[in-house]
Write a protein that binds this ligand. Structure first.
Ligand code: EPU
Length: 416
């Protein structure tokens, strides 16, 4: 199994281009199910999760052609509106097939996602929303079986803000009869990117980016060419790494407008940040100061950046309170960071991170995608060698991370 070896202590320096967003690519690829015409998606990152979504679509009969950073999809001949457990269990975002399949084909069989390392993560709101739009839903042998002759527009209030739930229902509503209003909708930039793609396919959507999205259903959608937005979490991860190593890093093609909460905290940590139309430069000249954070749905501080900020706080001056409000078990990285010398206590859903002068390299294990990113940041700071096991988690969300950090001067290599 592949591991990542990092010899820490080098301040990151130079320029790196931000890749396309994983969490925008996945729903946009699923949206190809909504039309019989060709769809071309570009600026798609080369990630394991993207590969899984393409395989899932191919299993259904979608013709897919992948070229570097682009995918051509043709869902004119879908034979099986079915998402099998083998694929859904490796990637929960497979649930994004449920809305489009039910809307276009009147039927979907999608495996219920099983357990997850970061929390319970039910999909009840996806199911309730589709039921409110007139779908008949049965749970049979671990599968969600949805049927509908044609979905009907409805008012749907989601009691918890859910990103993929909002995306699933927004996609389904595009082909429903009449108007759908999604209340307490997710405002994440990835939802907005999906909405833009759907609008370019002929969908009638208003209010994306706010917590009330209104969709007027149409008879059919047409083909599209869409370039995916840059990945704000990848960008934030590079910036946190630059800050922790006291570096000077410029991000090109950065999603400038979607990073406010993260940039604010990096400034509070002492970083000097210059922002241009599509670049961000971060310079950190001294030891970072600890910054307390509380995760929240967008535009709040993203849960997907929580682990990376624990790593930053681990070497900062002072004590930080890091409160996780979205997922109930998203502190798996803490035990691994302790192995590198971090001083962190957990009380309920808050981690108290007491900054230490230095971390020391050790063997650690990645438990999920963002946890692995926090271990990379800690490894870049630690004295000596850090070896990270189970880096397939990292490959789900960061494209050629070792090459790109290497370009910034990091001493990092993939080893078997
Ligand atoms: N929730 C419910 N019922 C539902 C759906 C969600 O109770 O039907 C709860 C969840 O258990 C959680 C909260 O609502 O407590 C928010 O979960 P959400 O549905 O928003 O998460 P998601 O859509 O499954 C996406 C991202 C995650 C990111 C979260 C939160 C994708 C493919 N995934 O997941 O990304 O952490 O939103 O922002 O967009 C990652 O990239 O590392 C990652 C985990």
């Amino acid at each position: 199994m592949q591991k990542l070896s990092i010899h820490g202590g080098v301040p990151l320096s130079g320029e790196v281009r931000v890749a396309g967003a994983k969490n925008a690519s996945l729903p946009i690829l699923a949206a190809a199910l909504l039309t019989a015409e060709p769809v071309r998606v570009s600026n798609v990152p080369e990630l394991n999760d993207v590969g899984t979504m393409i395989r899932l679509l191919e299993r259904m009969g979608v013709a897919a052609r992948r070229t570097p950073h682009a995918v051509d999809l043709d869902a004119s001949a879908v034979s099986q509106p079915f998402a099998p457990y083998e694929l859904v269990k490796t990637m929960r975002a497979s649930i994004l097939a449920l809305g489009p399949l039910t809307a276009r084909f009147g039927e979907a069989r999608v495996s219920l996602p099983g357990g997850c390392a970061i929390g319970e993560r039910p999909v009840d709101l996806h199911i309730k929303g589709l039921a409110a739009m007139g779908a008949t839903i049965a749970i049979e042998a671990g599968y969600i079986h949805a049927t509908a002759s044609r979905l009907q527009g409805a008012r749907v209030f989601m009691e918890t803000v859910t990103v993929t739930g909002t995306e699933n229902l927004m996609m389904a509503a595009c082909l429903a009869r009449g108007e759908t209003v999604l209340e307490n909708a997710a405002r994440e930039p990835e939802v907005v990117d999906l909405a833009r793609c759907l609008i370019a396919m002929g969908a009638r959507i208003k209010g994306h980016g706010t917590d009330v999205i209104t969709i007027e259903g149409v008879e059919r959608l047409h083909g599209v060419e869409h370039a995916v937005m840059p990945d704000r979490i990848e960008a934030g991860t590079f910036l946190a790494a630059a800050a922790a190593t006291r570096g000077d890093v410029t991000l090109a093609k950065a999603p400038v407008a979607s990073l406010d909460a993260v940039l604010e905290k990096l400034r509070e940590a002492g970083a000097r940040i210059d922002v241009g139309a599509d670049f961000i430069r971060l310079r950190m000249g001294a030891r970072p100061k600890s910054v307390s954070i509380r995760t929240a749905p967008y535009p709040g501080f993203p849960t997907d950046m929580q682990a990376q900020f624990i790593a930053l706080n681990a070497v900062a001056e002072g004590t930080a309170f890091v409160t996780e409000t979205i997922f109930e078990n998203r502190f798996m990285h803490v035990q691994e960071l302790r192995r590198l010398g971090a001083a962190i206590d957990i009380e309920g859903n808050t981690a108290l991170v007491h900054g230490v002068e230095k971390l020391t390299g050790a063997a650690v294990m990645a438990t999920d995608l963002r946890a692995s990113a926090s271990l990379v940041i800690a490894g870049l700071v630690a004295e000596g060698e850090t070896v990270i096991d189970r880096i397939y988690h990292l490959d789900r969300g960061y494209e050629r991370i070792e090459a790109r950090l290497g370009q910034l001067g990091a001493r990092i290599a993939r080893v078997s």
